[in-house]
Structures are given as C-alpha cells and as structure tokens.
Ligand binder design. Structure first.
Ligand SMILES: Cc1ncc(COP(=O)(O)O)c(C=O)c1O
Length: 489
C-alpha cells in the first residue's frame, strides 16, 4: 500500500522546477544590480501592513514563489544595489548565496560536535584563517555569531569572566563594586545594549571623547580610568573601534593596547566593519596593534560581502570562552573524548546555524586575493571621492578618509541648525527618486552627509552619478548664491 505523500515532501520534478525557477529569478536580479534603483520613488513607497489571512490550505507553489519574488524585487529596498551608499550592508557574493542554500538544505546543528563534525571543522578553519590574518601566532578560538552585536556582547562577557571569574555563576552583585569599561564617543551602540543585558548597567560604559581625527583621546581615557579607580569602581576593559559606524575612524590600537597592558584591562577591538582590512596586505597596517587584542569582533556580513548573518567573535584568551559560556545539562550528548569542545560551551548560542560556511566557500573559490582587490579598490575610490568633496564648490570633507566612508558638509555660512537642515534637504533630494541612497548623521556632535562605498559592484560610474545628483541637490537647496561662494580648486 502506498503511503499518502507528506505535505512538505515535494514531488521531485516540482522540486527541481521550483529550484531552477528561483535560481533564474536570482540570476536576473543579480544581472541588474549595477544599475538597479535602491527603492521605489518616495511617492510610491508603501509600508502598509499585509492583511492576508493565515493560509489554511495549499496553494500553487510556482505561482506563489513567482509572485512574492517579483513583489520583493519590485517594491523592496535593495541593499545589494550598486547605488546603495548606505550603512554597512553589502552586495552578497554570489557564491555565498549558493552556500546559504546548501546550509539551509543540510541544516547542520553546530551546537554539538557530534552532529556537525565537518561543518564545525569548516567553522574552525575559517576562524583560523581570520586569526592568522589578525596576526595571532599563539592559541585563539571563537565562533561565528549572528552579527557584531552578539560578537561585542560576547566580548564583554569574556572580559567580565576574565576579570571577575565568579560573576558568571554568582552574578555581578557578587563583585561588590561597579565594573566599568571604556570606548570612544563614536563607538557602536551595541556596547550600551550589551552592558545593560550583562547586568552591569549601560552607565558602566564610559564614552571617551574623540580628538580631531575622531579617534578615542587616550589621555582622556587614562584620566577616566584613574578617576574611576579613585572612586572605587573597577575598570575591566577598553573597546577600541576599528572603523566607526559614522565615519570609519580607527582608534589608535597600539596606544590603546599599551593602556590596557599597563592597567591590566581586557583589550577588545570592535572591527565589525574595519577588521576586514586585515585581509589586505596593502592596507592591514591601518590596524596596527590589532594583534595585541584579547578579543576582536569582525562581521563578514559587512566588508567581506557576506549575506546576513555572519559575525565573528575571536579571542586570543580561548580559555575564557568556556569560563563565560560553558554549561552542562543532562540531555546534551556526551562528547567523545576525542572530539574538541562542543560549540555550545564556547558561544552564547545553543542551536547554531553554519554561518561560517559561506565565507569559507567564498574564500575557497575566490581566494584571499579577491578580498585584497575589493578592499584596495574601495579604499582608492573613497580617496578619490574625498578629493572630490574637498574640491567641490558646495561640499567640504568633514572627516579624514580612513575607510570607504565619506563625511561631507555643505559649504554654508550659519549655525549648526541651518547646516543640519540643509543636509537633510540634500539627502531628501538625492534619495527622493529612489535611484540611490545616502544618509545624514552626526559625527562628534556635528551633522554630516554620510556616503559609504559598500557594494563591490559600485564603481566610478555610480559614484559620478551620485556626485552629479549631490551637486544638483546642493544647487537647489543652497541656491545659486552658495554655489559661487567657494571657488573650485
Ligand atoms: C562598529 C560596529 N560595531 C558593531 C556593529 C553591530 O553589528 P551588527 O549590525 O552585525 O549587529 C556595527 C553595525 O553597524 C558597527 O558599525
């Protein structure tokens, strides 16, 4: 007797037809990315909630797949577009898109080694490649995470475990004094959130002002540490940022390492974005000192062109991983003695997806030198863009170009409020038709227009078109008078 077919078990012909169709749609999407608008024009953007009732019965899979893919493409916000000069989210490498499909199909469970031996080894090999690029010769270990947020959270958990070995079990109250840590005023808000979630309180994060290059002022760092110690608080870590979110500034890693050594503090580098520069032989010196870190965050889903999710926490104090995350419960399989430690004992997660596989496969297929080219090219494009801003009649360069993030300000006499309003108006003009995307933000308290070269598909053509759009917007917003106020050098 034939068993009735199970609802999710598709007929092989249909399975193949659906797969091929989806790959064709993705291929068509990728083919248009260099010229694809980022989103619909402002007048057509609709964010109404969907009102479909919960589907109770089956529908034609080909029709549904076709319809939802087309709708997502026609109405979506296209982070992968070459015209997205946006936040730190890239065009995914196509190989990584294929890798993600394979991971979803095989669904390895990285929590334990027994159920994911090869997938776990692939993760460990990818981590080894990253640790080697950081410049660590001794022991190191870590894990892939959901992103930089979780990686920074994990780093602070490691730092706390290192300084307060009993606090993992007994809680931060057992410390008996307020633990505090330091990062620049320009550092990422994941640190505030993590401090709250770890129970030390968001105020435990001391934000140190930056100097003119937007790097943490190390003298003020030292003063703050001394003041906290005098007041009976216990400093336990310093986070240096390698590539700030707003301007791409890189803190002085060697200088921060020296402070940490002297004060016996955990040295974490938040290289969520800029840590990728370790993959460039030409530019890895931007991160001089990263090899002295106790832990590093790197997000392959930023500069390494991986689709979400792919963050990394990696530490040169690997024994702290099990101190912070080690746990046992009876239902977990007992590891064979020959297997390395189970992943759940060194990560904040239990069930864990094989997020390393896409980077491993991309490196295996394209090689490290592809990243060298990608990083070097984007840095060169950003330097050119910086010169364009400096020479513009309408804009000035507002921050040094360290990584491919540009900060521009309009050349407009008047107060900060007027300038911030002009920036919002310029951004509105540039983004209204949906073709391209830039943003406004604050750097060291001042409004700037933020432009990031983030897609590996972005080239001189897209940049020239953006510059033309910015110039037209400035003429409209500032008026012809401002256009003549500064000569083009
Ligand atoms: C410097 C920095 N650190 C951490 C993060 C958080 O990373 P994620 O968005 O992957 O959680 C970001 C995000 O932009 C960032 O810019």
């Amino acid at each position: 007797m034939n068993e009735p077919s199970l609802p999710f078990d598709l007929d092989p012909d249909l399975r193949r037809r659906l797969g091929h169709r989806l790959i064709d749609l993705i291929d068509e999407y990728f083919a248009h990315l260099p010229q694809r608008p980022v989103q619909l024009p402002a007048s057509q953007r609709s964010f109404e909630p969907l009102h479909n009732p919960l589907p109770e019965t089956a529908a034609d899979p080909e029709a549904v797949l076709e319809q939802v893919t087309r709708e997502l493409i026609e109405k979506g916000f296209h982070v992968p577009s070459a015209n997205y000069f946006g936040l730190m989210n890239p065009t995914p490498a196509y190989i990584a898109v294929l890798a993600e499909t394979l991971v979803a199909a095989l669904n390895p469970q990285l929590a334990t080694m027994a159920r994911s031996q090869l997938a776990s080894k692939i993760e460990q090999e990818t981590l080894r490649w990253i640790g080697e690029r950081i410049g660590w010769g001794g022991a190191f270990d870590g894990s892939f995470t959901s992103g930089g947020n979780e990686a920074n959270f994990s780093a602070l958990a490691l730092a706390l475990a290192a300084r307060f070995p009993h606090a993992t079990e007994e809680g931060v109250a057992s410390i008996g004094a307020q633990p505090v840590f330091y990062a620049s005023a320009e550092s990422h808000h994941s640190l505030d959130k993590s401090a709250g979630l770890l129970g030390i309180g968001r105020r435990a994060l001391r934000r140190i002002p930056v100097h003119a290059r937007l790097e943490m002022d190390l003298q003020r760092l030292e003063t703050a540490i001394a003041a906290d110690i005098s007041a009976g608080r216990i400093p336990f870590a310093v986070v240096a940022t390698a590539g700030t979110t707003n301007s791409g500034a890189i803190d002085d890693l060697e200088g921060t390492a020296a402070v940490c050594r002297q004060r016996k503090l955990w040295f974490h580098v938040d290289g969520a974005y800029g840590g990728a520069a370790t993959f460039s032989d030409q530019h890895r010196n931007l991160l001089r000192g990263i090899e002295q870190a106790d832990s590093v965050t790197i997000d392959p889903h930023k500069w390494l062109a991986m689709p979400f999710a792919a963050g990394v926490i990696i530490t040169s104090q690997p024994e702290m991983l099990s101190r912070a995350f080690g746990i046992a419960t009876p239902y977990m399989p007992k590891s064979a003695a020959s297997l390395p430690v189970d992943n759940f004992k060194i990560s904040a997660q239990w069930s864990r997806r094989a997020n390393a596989f896409k980077l491993w496969l991309t490196l295996r297929i394209h090689g490290r030198q592809a990243y060298e080219q990608h990083i070097n090219r984007q840095l060169a494009l950003a330097q050119d863009f910086g010169r364009w801003l400096e020479n513009s009649a309408h804009f000035e360069l507002a921050a040094p170009v360290r990584l491919p993030i540009l900060n521009g300000r309009v050349r407009l006499p008047g107060g900060e409020e007027k300038i911030a309003a002009a920036h919002l108006a310029v951004v509105e003009e540039v983004t209204r038709d949906g073709r391209r995307w830039i943003s406004e933000t604050k750097v060291a308290g001042r409004s700037v227009i933020r432009i990031m070269i983030v897609s590996y598909l972005t080239g001189e053509k897209q940049i020239a078109e953006l510059q033309a759009a910015m110039t037209a917007a400035a003429v409209k917003v500032l008026g012809a008078k401002a256009a003549h106020s500064q000569p083009v050098r």
